[in-house]
Design a protein around this ligand. Structure first.
Ligand code: 6PG
Length: 237
């Protein structure tokens, strides 16, 4: 577990963009392509904007294949759509090789099955997808992607993508599963704001109950790396 703390959200975004570019160059150099999972929510938007503004000419975007960690049950032009956020802040500005969005407009189970098939088509006959980089966030309740506390998706180990009913939000989200995330070559949490200090402290320094802090279940072979701003790190000793 690596923990890097930055003075403010802007410096966090700059550092995350640097890491993205470094991982892209490494993957494209070694394997000819970069398969990356974008995080949703609001925190990663600043990183995507830095990538679009400062890395348009320095990343081989045509070799970059974009996926999503989770999606809300909304169409792609809805303001709540993670795809819409990523498109407006990055994907409309760089010529990526391919974009694989989760179809939030479909019935959730259908959308999850379709996305799982899309991952199988991209990664071929493998036990688990091996993304080069997965970006994640965490919520004040310790959820990550759409793996929320006390939800059924936390117990699923034989799927790559599932529909996850989240009672407290009265909705069903589409999300990558723990095995699919933990098989990645690299996982980076981008976390900013005081509202995240308590779950971050519990996950990084406490003895978190995994069903109550799903982000603590993210344990890839290498890492994860937690990139925090000072406010999010304020609960750490
Ligand atoms: C989502 C995200 C979710 C997000 C956290 C943090 O669809 O909401 O994938 O897991 O990363 O909720 O969100 P913020 O960055 O907006 O605080």
């Amino acid at each position: 577990m690596n923990v890097d703390v930055y003075d403010n959200p802007e410096e966090l975004a700059q550092a995350a963009a640097r890491e993205f570019a470094a991982r892209a160059a490494e993957a494209i150099g070694e394997r000819g392509r970069f398969a990356v999972v974008l995080a949703g929510g609001s925190t990663p938007r600043a990183t995507y904007e830095v990538l679009a503004r400062d890395y348009a000419d320095t990343i081989a975007w045509e070799e970059v294949h974009v996926f999503f960690g989770d999606e809300r049950g909304v169409p792609p032009d809805d303001d709540d759509s993670n795809y819409k956020m990523a498109r407006g802040s990055l994907l409309d500005h760089v010529p990526v090789g391919s974009v694989h969005r989760m179809r939030g407009e479909l019935p959730p189970d259908e959308a999850a099955e379709a996305y799982e098939q899309e991952l199988h088509d991209f990664f071929g006959p493998v036990d688990l997808p091996k993304f080069d980089l997965i970006l994640l966030g965490t919520g004040p309740d310790g959820h990550t992607a759409s793996l929320f506390p006390e939800t059924s998706a936390l117990e699923i180990h034989d799927r790559w993508v599932v529909a996850n009913p989240v009672l407290k939000l009265e909705t069903t989200r589409i999300t990558l599963t723990l095995p699919a995330i933990n098989a990645a070559r690299a996982v980076y949490f981008l976390v900013a704001g005081e509202g995240k200090a308590a779950p971050v402290a519990e996950i990084l320094e406490g003895d978190p109950d995994p069903r109550r802090y799903p982000a603590s279940l993210i344990r890839p072979e290498h890492g994860p790396t937690w990139m925090l701003d000072q406010a999010a790190a304020s609960g750490l000793s």
